[in-house]
Design a protein around this ligand. Structure first.
Ligand SMILES: C[S@@+](CC[C@H](N)C(=O)[O-])C[C@H]1O[C@@H](n2cnc3c(N)ncnc32)[C@H](O)[C@@H]1O
Length: 288
């Protein structure tokens, strides 16, 4: 571009003094191809398992934190329980597992799971994860790749818990979060909610009147924005469908790793197909 043309367009050429400081260009958003088939609620645990498999192929190590770790469906816990499917992954490159559930009955399943994997480093806790996760997150070292599943039912996860996980690692990639946003029953639930404190802890801000009015789509986008405000380089909502073909909820994936959104797309696409042997992945399968 000539200097005259640049002047005409109001842009500066290299070396030319600028009237105003130019803000740093934000990192370009990481883009992945749109999904071409729906994932059903029954496949959520397999989505998580498939993603973690791809995650460890890249990182060769990692920690897994699950704040709401008990099985959603007790009768289907053999093949639809995230914590179990992730623990069964080979190669066993994930190093530490932190599994929490507040319910006495659900905690028993965590005890059984730990007994079935005596060779793994698993910490289980019967607690409110809003108390426990901010404590254990301090054990995560800056260079440790870490994935945190926050698979609440509706309003159980306090936003302050999300913040303490997201803010723990300052210099390296932040802890990845996979966060449940219920949209299918959102309007019904928020209308029926009597206790304002529950909404406030979940949302973590005082603009509750505006939140109460959000549509399901608005709620999803609001959480995408909230995760972006935490500084994540990529925040993507992945729809999970019910049997009637409508979206029941979104799993919002917040990550700093440039390859992670593409891996999640791949996991989403392949969640219903059998696990490939590691060499099929086409990823570098290096020594630990
Ligand atoms: C939707 S289920 C989790 C499903 C699980 N991720 C799976 O793959 O099957 C939610 C779990 O969170 C537990 N829970 C609810 N509130 C909690 C809290 N404040 N802290 C820890 N666990 C909680 C429930 O007991 C229940 O087991």
């Amino acid at each position: 571009m000539t200097r005259a043309k640049a002047k005409q367009l109001g842009t500066a050429q290299e070396g030319e003094p600028l009237l105003f400081p130019v803000p740093a260009r934000p990192d370009a958003e990481i883009r992945v191809a749109p999904i071409d088939r729906p994932l059903w609620t029954g496949s959520k645990a397999r989505l998580i398992q498939r993603y973690i498999r791809l995650f460890i192929m890249i990182t060769h190590h990692g920690n897994y934190i699950d704040g709401f770790a008990g099985p959603q469906s007790v009768e289907n816990r053999d093949d639809m329980w995230s914590a179990k499917l992730v623990l069964e992954l080979e190669p066993k490159w994930l190093r530490r597992f932190y599994l929490c559930d507040v319910s006495r009955d659900q905690y028993r399943f965590l005890q059984d799971l730990k007994k079935a994997h005596v060779d793994r480093n698993i910490t289980i806790k019967r607690a409110d994860c809003n108390v426990w996760l901010p404590e254990i997150v301090k054990e995560i070292k800056p260079k440790e790749a870490t994935f945190c599943l926050l698979d609440q039912r509706m309003f159980e996860c306090h936003w302050s818990t999300v913040q303490s996980i997201a803010r723990h690692k300052k210099a390296e990639n932040k802890i990845e979060i996979f966060y449940f946003v219920p949209t299918g029953w959102w309007r019904r639930s928020v209308t029926a909610l009597g206790d304002e404190r529950v909404l406030k802890q979940w949302w973590g801000r005082s603009d509750l009147d505006a939140v109460r009015k959000l549509s399901a789509h608005g709620l999803k986008m609001a959480f995408v924005d909230r995760f972006k405000e935490l500084g994540y380089k990529s925040v993507m909502p992945w729809p999970i469908y019910g049997k009637d073909g409508t979206v029941m909820y979104y799993m919002v994936h917040a990550t700093d790793h440039p390859e992670a959104p593409g891996l999640m797309r791949r996991a989403y696409k392949n969640a219903v197909t059998p696990l490939d042997p590691p060499e099929q992945f086409g990823l570098k399968y290096a020594e630990k």
